[in-house]
Design a protein. Structure first.
Length: 83
């Protein structure tokens, strides 16, 4: 099962990224543990300096921008193939 973390304080861009992650997981019909990290100290500790951030299986795959649904799907598919 994939571990996916969406990092950000809860701003509009963070919520949009969270929605896209859920859509991609549903589209791919996979099980994933999706969590949100909103605490700034924890976000920095995880290595993300600009939000929104996306971590898949403990690897930072994006930070500082909202991805497209295609990009999110591609990142999740890549993580599945390397797991």
């Amino acid at each position: 099962m994939l571990s996916i973390k969406i990092l950000g304080p809860g701003c509009a861009n963070c919520e949009k990224l969270a929605k896209l992650v859920h859509e991609a997981v549903d589209f791919l019909n996979i099980d994933a543990d999706i969590s949100k990290v909103t605490d700034y100290a924890e976000i920095v500790e995880l290595g993300v300096m600009t939000t929104p951030g996306l971590i898949i299986n403990d690897e930072i795959v994006s930070s500082g921008r909202v991805l497209t649904i295609g990009e999110v799907t591609s990142l999740i598919t890549t993580a599945l193939n390397t797991a």
